[in-house]
Ligand binder design. Structure first.
Ligand SMILES: Cc1cc2nc3c(=O)[nH]c(=O)nc-3n(C[C@H](O)[C@H](O)[C@H](O)COP(=O)(O)OP(=O)(O)OC[C@H]3O[C@@H](n4cnc5c(N)ncnc54)[C@H](O)[C@@H]3O)c2cc1C
Length: 489
């Protein structure tokens, strides 16, 4: 009963807030805001701030040292662009879908194709190019595992989806665990056990764990089920579901549009120093310095890039806490985009025509994570297909010759791609110091476009809620403990 009453109050409050939004902020001194990073995270913060308080912000800057889009990028081969970083979007990802629709960007549906799994040179399993036969093969091999995993993925997506409702109500969370608890206890608990243990708990067979789960975890996060936590492992399984899509013309267009629509000033410069120059006043104050010698002061600063151990070139001065202490190791992933002919004989195929669209190597001794056929982002009806390889190290000529019989051209992209996940994860806070926010704290839960967008919405609301003193919209215990309240009803 308490919970129903609470929701009614919040709804009434929001109806009032949206109808009076303009006058609501009148007379309130609005903060000067800097966002460091123009990836999907930083541009989503900028866009959401524009939506809620935009016209009231006097200073609103986004610093980007490289290109807007960050880990969303393409490479051009023979005049066509191919995704090299964040590529696929799940059909349940509401923010990415909303953004694409808002900016009139079309969906590019995932290409059909079969896959094969190899343990070193031994083929373990291969699906048919006919999707019906392929489904039957999977049922025959994995039986009830498929039903159990599908149920678990549906539950995960449904729990995850609850965050959209809370965010519609401008609710915000200061920590990743609180945000995950607002989704469900199960999601939070799954970050505290290995993916392998999570699969055991779901009564999934060893065969599935050692085959499909390895393929998914390795393809998406370059790790094995025993070494990463259950939530990120489950996200990697969701990434194997049907209906995946990408933005026609390139995913990077989304952050570009978001930034343009945000009205923020873009400063194309690398921030080199963030100094806490807060005096005795109750409000924080920060000074930013850039590689180009610019300096500016802000009330609120958002870090919208990951604090990668050994790679952060920003100095933090004047903080009580050691901001660098939040740095975490990231996987270096080499992405090869190859215009060439795969070495079908190495995989035991008589002709190139017989090669599956994706090869998943299952053994730790295999030197690559995936070999897959890719199409350009243009959505051509008769696309020029290339091959993409993910590897954890730079490949030698010999290794490349193992995978390819011939190569016309090859692009290599060296990413600091995503965190090195732990089976029992710890999380940085979204608030590293008063007025200093960290969107990429979410990446320890799972690195994905939608995760960054969702965390960015959270940070945008958190900033405004904290600035305006809306305590009931920050870490609301009714939400975090909603399940307990529901049980009482
Ligand atoms: C190979 C690969 C494959 C992936 N596949 C998928 C996928 O299929 N689906 C999916 O959903 N996700 C995928 N991801 C993950 C996804 O791309 C990321 O989670 C997401 O793009 C992160 O966005 P972000 O804005 O949080 O960070 P970033 O994109 O890293 O943006 C941070 C930005 O900050 C800028 N910056 C950093 N330091 C400074 C500074 N000091 N001053 C100014 N600017 C600075 C950087 O230049 C960068 O543009 C993949 C990632 C990789 C690398």
């Amino acid at each position: 009963m308490a919970f129903v009453f609470y929701r009614a109050i919040v709804l009434l409050y929001l109806i009032g807030l949206s109808s009076q939004r303009m006058s609501y902020y009148d007379g309130v001194e609005m903060p000067k805001i800097a966002i460091i990073g123009g990836g999907i995270g930083g541009t989503t913060v900028a866009y959401r701030l524009q939506q809620i308080v935009g016209s009231h912000l006097s200073t609103f800057d986004v610093y980007e040292s490289d290109r807007v889009g960050g880990r969303l990028n393409t490479v051009t081969v023979n005049g066509k662009e191919y995704e090299t970083g964040g590529s696929v979007i799940h059909p349940a990802n509401q923010y990415m879908a909303e953004f694409a629709q808002m900016f009139g960007l079309k969906h590019l549906e995932g290409a059909d194709g079969n896959f094969a799994m190899f343990r070193e040179q031994e083929k373990v399993f291969e699906t048919s190019t006919n999707s019906w036969i392929s489904s039957l093969q999977l049922i025959w091999r994995y039986g009830l595992d498929l039903i159990r995993i599908q149920r678990s993925t549906s539950r995960l997506l449904s729990d995850f989806g609850r965050i959209y409702g809370w965010q519609e109500e401008l609710q915000s969370f200061t920590t990743v665990p609180n945000l995950l608890l607002a989704m469900s206890d199960e999601i939070m608990a799954s970050t505290k056990m290995s993916f392998k243990d999570k699969l055991d708990e779901l009564k999934i067979s060893m065969k599935f764990t050692e085959e499909l789960a390895v393929a998914a975890a390795r393809n998406n996060y370059a790790q094995f089920p025993a070494s990463l936590h259950g939530f990120v492992g489950s996200v990697s399984i969701a990434g194997a579901e049907p209906g995946l899509w990408a933005v026609q013309g390139g995913n990077y267009q989304v952050p570009q549009h978001l930034l343009k629509s945000s009205g923020a000033q873009t400063i194309s410069s690398r921030v080199t120093k963030v100094s806490n120059i807060t005096s005795n006043s109750s409000r924080p104050l920060y000074r930013l310095e850039t590689a180009d010698g610019l300096t500016a002061e802000y009330d609120l600063v958002v870090l919208a890039f990951p604090l990668v151990k050994g790679a952060v070139e920003v100095e933090f001065e004047g903080f009580n806490t050691d901001i660098k202490g939040y740095e975490q190791p990231f996987h270096r992933v080499f992405v090869y985009i190859v215009d060439g002919v795969p070495n079908h004989k190495h995989f035991g195929y008589d002709s190139l025509h017989d090669m599956p669209s994706i090869i998943f190597p299952l053994s730790e001794n295999d030197f690559y994570n995936t070999l897959q056929e890719i199409v350009p982002v243009s959505g051509d009806s008769n696309p020029q297909k290339l091959w993409k390889v993910f590897a954890n190290t730079k490949l030698t000529e010999q290794q490349l010759d193992t995978l390819f019989a011939s190569r016309k051209s090859m692009e290599i992209i060296d990413w600091l791609a995503y965190p090195e996940y732990q089976p029992d994860e710890t999380f940085a806070s979204f608030v590293l110091a008063p007025g200093l926010y960290y969107v990429n704290a979410i990446e320890s839960a799972a690195s994905a476009m939608e995760m960054s967008a969702m965390a960015a919405v959270n940070v945008a609301y958190l900033m405004v809620n904290e600035w305006m003193g809306h305590e009931h919209l920050v870490d609301n215990m009714f939400i975090i403990e909603e399940k307990h309240i529901k049980m009482e009803l």
